[in-house]
Design a protein around this ligand. Sequence first.
Ligand code: FES
Ligand code: FES
Length: 171
Amino acid sequence: MKLPHDNMIEISFRLNGKPVSLQINPWDSALAVLRDNLGLTGTKEGCGIGECGACTILVDGLAVDSCLMLGAQLEGRDVETIEGLGTGEILHPIQEKFLSHGAVQCGFCTPGMIMSAKSLLEGNAKADKKDIVEALSGNLCRCTGYVQIVEAVEDAAKEISEATESGRNRS
Ligand code: FES
Ligand code: FES
């Protein structure tokens, strides 16, 4: 992080696999930096106080509420947002399962749910229903009733775990 200039600070970090550097206001949240400075509006702002999980991103692989982090705290970190998953044509397995299970209604909670699920499955591809419910407990959804979301993540866990096993068996 460089010294303040006109009240701005410069931060550098990895964002969805690519290095970025930018000037930010020191008081801006990580959520504001992503949405307003970098134009990545896939990460949503719901409550703004750490209650809803709509703003979930991964920082060094861990799911965090970006509304509760300062942008300055992203310095030197490895940050992933929903924009880093899939390409629009090729979806991440968790995104595919959300679609096939009808786990998306208004979609506002979906990016945060998917990022929390990604963090869980990267640490534990054999996660069971209890693990999934616990990992998603900080993500609120006002539309679906959660059943389809949990089923989608269970199905994604199965697919990712089988793919990992078959990769191991081939090597
Ligand atoms: S917007 Fe961050 S937890 Fe709700
Ligand atoms: S799909 Fe609408 S809040 Fe979850």
